[in-house]
Write a protein that binds this ligand. Structure first.
Ligand SMILES: NC(=O)c1ccc[n+]([C@@H]2O[C@H](COP(=O)([O-])OP(=O)(O)OC[C@H]3O[C@@H](n4cnc5c(N)ncnc54)[C@H](O)[C@@H]3O)[C@@H](O)[C@H]2O)c1
Length: 347
């Protein structure tokens, strides 16, 4: 397949636009249509100069794309991906992969029974920062992993909460934001097998949580703490420290994760390393250095990867089953916060 890949997007909203803009910048593919039943989509389709179909099925039948990006609301991810698999069309499905683990399992089984690849849009897996941090840890430089101190503390503006569902159960930072963080920590540290959590809505007073303190147990024996808040005047979030999404105020000198092993520790995203030259002891000086990294746009890299997946050159970097595990841990945090119990994540 030397010609340009003909890609389509279902869901002409916020992230649908972001995907289209990456397609414009990528000479290996072109957008050939949007599917979206709402009139608000007309303007974006006109701007992109492509047809607008009323639903995914119409798009699949009429446009016959090489691949589809599913940028629709969460509840439509599984039905949309199943329709693509049935039509034999590879899909990039936005995160979270599904609303429930059972739905994700249903999709994973269908994908595995087909020969149609499905990539899940955990775009930070394509981040150069995450890759460099992951290689540093996997290379053994920190020694056996011991402790993770992580945070996503930021302040969403008041008008964000004018939309009713964002003030209600399920609309809070656990299901909207934590899913990205859990995926990062799984990629960096390994599988998470048990969680505990305290949630509070004391800052905003809405039904939904605004702040959550989380404990994590990793399969390799390391423990982690995670502080999550969308009401905290603090930039210690991936968005504000990595600078990958230019929409957010960037704090290049701050970190959101500290990953400590028995020999050294790594701060992310600044990639500063503190390590012992000899035997580890708090009486001995630690050597400071920084891991080299070339900044990239994770969404652009994700699209380039998706093109390679569509061409069957590489398997999806984030499979449905992999994303299902991230979802299971995220839902376990919600359950732990709700019940006050420790929640184990089945393997
Ligand atoms: N990877 C990321 O960082 C990231 C960022 C934002 C959103 N997302 C995910 O992307 C998805 C969409 O989020 P958004 O912020 O763009 O939402 P949005 O509301 O801006 O856009 C969703 C679009 O889907 C359309 N839609 C609704 N029903 C449809 C249907 N049956 N067929 C086709 N289109 C339909 C809506 O009209 C809307 O245009 C969500 O799952 C969200 O979690 C991911």
């Amino acid at each position: 397949m030397d010609r340009k890949l003909r890609l389509a997007i279902a869901g002409a909203g916020l992230i649908g636009r972001a995907h289209w803009m990456r397609m414009v910048a990528n000479s290996a593919c072109e957008l050939i249509g949007f599917a979206d039943p709402f009139p608000s989509a007309t303007a974006l389709a006109a701007e992109a100069g492509v047809p607008l179909y009323p639903d995914l099925e119409a798009l699949l039948a009429a446009a016959r794309p090489d691949g589809v990006v599913l940028a629709t609301p969460n509840a439509l991810h599984v039905p949309g991906a199943l329709a693509c698999v049935a039509a034999g069309v590879p899909a990039l499905v936005e995160k979270p992969v599904a609303d429930s683990v059972a739905e994700a399992e249903r999709l994973a089984a269908a994908v595995e029974a087909s020969n149609v690849p499905v990539l899940v849009g955990h775009h930070r897996r394509h981040s150069a920062v995450l890759e460099a941090a992951r290689e540093t840890i996997a290379g053994g430089r920190l020694g056996k992993l011991v402790a993770v101190t992580a945070s996503a503390t930021f302040h969403k503006p008041d008008d964000y909460f004018e939309t009713a569902w964002r003030r209600q159960k399920g609309g809070g930072p656990i299901l909207i934001n934590l899913v990205h963080e859990i995926d990062n920590l799984r990629a960096l540290v390994g599988e998470i097998v048990e969680v505990q959590a305290f949630a509070s809505h004391a800052a905003r007073g809405f039904e939904v949580e605004d702040t959550v303190a989380i404990n994590l147990r990793f399969a390799n024996g390391a423990l982690g703490t995670f502080m999550l808040s969308d009401a905290a005047a603090s930039p210690r979030s991936w968005e504000q420290t990595s600078g990958e999404n230019k929409a957010y105020d960037h704090h290049a000198d701050q970190d959101c994760y500290i990953i400590a092993g028995a020999h050294g520790s790594l701060q992310v995203p600044t990639l500063r390393v503190l390590e012992y030259a000899g035997a580890a002891s708090w009486f001995s000086p630690m050597v400071r250095s920084r891991v080299d990294m070339q900044e990239t746009d994770p969404l652009a890299r994700q699209l380039a990867h998706f093109c390679a997946v569509v061409r069957r050159e590489v398997p999806p970097r984030v499979t449905v089953r992999d994303a299902m595990r991230t979802l299971a841990v995220t839902l376990a945090v919600a359950e732990a916060a709700h019940t006050g119990l420790r929640v184990a994540i089945p393997s």
